[in-house]
Design a protein around this ligand. Structure first.
Ligand code: GLU
Length: 431
């Protein structure tokens, strides 16, 4: 059983999508279910509408889930489990105020020692707890033994108990902290493997400790995915445009190209251009490199061009939104444009009325003939006849012809473009 557990607190970034994708692939390979869980426990940071956006994006990428739920719906289980830990004395009520804790942290800092909870409330008697009316949080007692788990990418990991502290599992407002809610939900859903970003590695021993304290024995495996660096080798921030999945899509990068790129990132793949369906037959988590992966927009754009070429004419036309069938021309233009937006620009330039500043007379002369041109000839004949009829040659012939056909003085070889632009030549001579 796999799950993707995004928080509805910001735009989906490529790191999130990569985790979703890998979880989905593994669930498919193992023929088991995939759960989408919206982690909404940090109320202050939740953003209205993000849940729908996450679902829409996953659908667009062909990532389907069998179960969906919102983490806060499990609140009663979180509370029950906290009570169980309290009654078994594996957790305790802590009445220390923020101010007291801040002061102790400050003292530790002054002494140059690492701060950890000093156990003030750990051994309060039941009576002392029951008679105290002040607000309290619930802390889980720190583990007594080393916490170990295995990671497909990082290998065997172990964390010593003194580094884990007696951390808070329930806040004073009776809501669970992220680690507690996450650990309980993964346990209740029988998750067998957790794939998520490397930034969660330090949460894993805490979540393991929570489940072990509850007596849960089923072993979970992990894959903590290395961080993604930007082109200057620094951790890619959520604020960087390229890291936003929405930005990539809005800029005309195809979902299939993004999938292809994210599966390839820091991985050894048998080929460079592939579909999600194809990757299902060979993807292996343990082949993902331990080293951080560097995001390379140029590579993504190259992959995008290849996927544009592979689109069906029908889908490409509908993505471009032109009335005419321009799919062949669009594919041709991948030689100088990498995104749907750039291709649209090029095609628009061809079909919008041109204001010829250079070669004005030559353009008019050529257009007069091309209006009634019968598009039967091959390029060589076309060129020869047109030169003969207009008396133009060299630059004075090719530049205006190129302007009429493409709207620009530079661009692809006219002989290559000609067979594709042929059906539109009469129209182009009239605009
Ligand atoms: N809500 C967490 C996040 O979006 C999920 C982490 C996890 O997969 O456990 O980072």
């Amino acid at each position: 059983m796999y799950r993707f557990a995004p928080s509805p607190t910001g735009d989906m970034h490529i790191g999130n999508l990569r985790a979703a994708l890998f979880n989905y692939i593994c669930s498919k390979q193992e023929n088991t279910d995939f759960i989408l869980r919206i982690e909404d426990t940090d109320k202050a940071r939740n953003i209205e509408g993000k849940e729908e956006e996450i679902k829409e994006l996953l659908r667009l990428f062909g990532i389907e889930w069998q179960h969906f739920y919102i983490q806060s719906e499990n609140l009663k289980f979180h509370r029950q489990m906290a009570l169980k830990l309290l009654s078994e004395k594996k957790a305790f009520a802590c009445f220390c105020t923020e101010e007291e804790l801040a002061r102790k942290k400050e003292e530790a800092k002054k002494k140059g020692v690492a701060y950890s909870y000093d156990g003030t409330c750990e051994n309060l008697s039941d009576a002392a707890v029951l008679n105290n009316e002040k607000p309290f949080v619930i802390r889980i007692k720190r583990p007594q033994k080393t916490i170990r788990f295995s990671d497909f990418i990082k290998g065997e990991l172990s964390f010593e108990p003194q580094n884990l502290d007696s951390f808070v599992i329930m806040r004073a407002d009776k809501t669970p902290t992220y680690n507690f809610a996450c650990a309980i939900d993964d346990m209740l859903e029988n998750i067998t493997c957790i794939i998520r970003g490397e930034d969660h590695t330090s949460n894993t021993p805490k979540q393991e400790h929570i489940r072990q304290s509850l007596g849960y024995e089923q072993k979970m495996s992990y894959a903590h995915l290395p961080i993604i660096l930007n082109e200057s080798g620094v951790k890619m921030s959520k604020r960087e445009a390229h890291s936003s999945v929405k930005w990539l899509l809005e800029n005309g990068i195809l979902p299939e190209a993004i999938i292809n790129y994210l599966i390839m990132l820091g991985n050894k793949t048998p080929c460079e251009i592939f579909t999600l369906e194809e990757a299902l037959s060979w993807f292996e988590l343990k082949k993902i490199s331990k080293a951080p992966a560097k995001f390379d927009l140029k590579k993504l754009l190259q992959i995008n061009r290849e996927h544009i070429k592979k689109l069906s004419d029908e889908r490409l036309n509908s993505l471009l939104g032109f009335e005419k069938d321009l799919s062949a021309l669009a594919k041709f233009y991948t030689q100088e444009a990498s995104t749907l937006n750039e291709i649209k620009e090029k095609l628009k330039q061809i079909f919008t009325p041109k204001d010829f500043k250079e070669f004005k007379n030559e353009c008019e002369l050529l257009k007069a003939i091309l209006k009634d041109y019968n598009a039967e000839e091959n390029y060589e004949n076309f060129k020869k006849n047109l030169m003969q009829k207009t008396g133009l040659k060299g630059k004075n012939f090719f530049m205006p012809l190129r302007l009429i056909l493409t709207g620009r003085t530079h661009g692809p070889e006219l002989s290559d473009l000609y067979p594709l632009i042929k059906p539109f030549i009469n129209d182009l001579a009239r605009i």
